[in-house]
Design a protein around this ligand. Structure first.
Ligand code: FPP
Length: 270
């Protein structure tokens, strides 16, 4: 049956939380477990630009600067993995000039910030269909992956030309092929086996998923991987997303209780 209060609840959920997190709270945050893997749907660049009567690509450019800022904050907070949804398999439907601009951003970003990422011990990784991207983007990304391969700090994963459904379709095809060839026994297909056929096979599932700009959707992002991920939404547009917003998201995460479908120990004793 439909929940009659659902609309009110969603309205409340959509409200941007207070983000004034001071240094005391920061110390508090780092005392409690930090989400090891944070994934972000960086939304709202276009609206940020529109509010300023600027072209949409100006919003994406500003969004790129936020990527740099938030990467450094996540590193400082000792987050182990940060996955950023930078270009989806559906984003090809946008006007050509916007697609070209978006696909040029990794090269721009890495051209400017790679030395600093190396200095900060950040390891760059990618999920998505890299081979379909412009050659210059591929070159820049592959160079960054190579040059940071030995780094042991934050893993910065760019989801580039990534789509959750396409990823699952490909995994199903590969599994079917391996079963047909006799390399995989049907009895051995379980959660772990499927996860190993995904683009994220060497990464843990996200603990916390953030989406900016007030939209309450997953938009084909890490569909398998977010089964037990905590979700946090904010009305803040991605170019305005700051250190204090990330701290607020982490703070909210730390106040939640993750049960993975089970009960708390005290509850299960009743
Ligand atoms: C969605 O906002 C955002 C994107 C499709 C692109 C996100 C990309 C960045 C933030 C920069 C990536 C940087 C690097 C280094 C790869 P939207 O344009 O749909 O915003 P709107 O909903 O307000 O129109």
């Amino acid at each position: 049956m439909e929940d009659p209060f659902m609309f009110e609840k969603i309205k409340f959920w959509k409200k941007t939380p207070s983000v004034t997190v001071d240094d005391e709270t920061y110390d508090q945050i780092t005392k409690l477990p930090i989400p090891e893997h944070i994934a972000i749907i960086m939304d709202g660049n276009g609206r940020w630009a529109k509010k300023r009567a600027l072209p949409r690509i100006a919003g994406h450019h500003e969004g790129m600067k936020t990527v740099k800022k938030i990467t450094m904050v996540a590193n400082k907070l000792n987050v182990k993995t940060l996955t950023l949804y930078a270009f989806s398999t559906e984003n090809w439907k946008r006007p050509k000039n916007e697609v070209d601009y978006l696909l040029g951003l990794p090269e721009k970003f890495l051209g400017t910030y790679l030395p600093e990422l190396i200095e900060e011990n950040v390891k760059v990784c990618v999920i998505g269909y890299l081979d379909d991207l412009p050659q210059s983007t591929q070159r820049a990304v592959r160079k960054a992956i190579e040059e940071t391969a030995q780094n042991t700090g934050l893993q910065l994963i760019f989801a580039l030309n990534y789509g959750g459904r396409a990823e699952i379709v490909d995994a199903v095809r590969s599994i079917s092929r391996d079963v047909k060839n006799g390399d995989l026994n049907i009895q051995n297909i379980d959660d772990t086996c499927i996860a190993n056929y995904l683009m994220t096979k060497s990464h843990p599932d996200p603990d916390l998923l953030i989406r900016t700009s007030g939209e309450l959707r997953i938009s084909n992002f890490m569909l398998w991987q977010i089964a037990y991920t905590e979700l946090w939404f904010t009305d803040v547009l991605w170019p305005d997303f700051s250190e204090s917003h990330l701290r607020a998201a982490v703070d909210a995460y730390q106040k939640r209780s993750r049960r993975y479908g089970a009960l708390h120990v005290e509850e299960s004793k009743k």
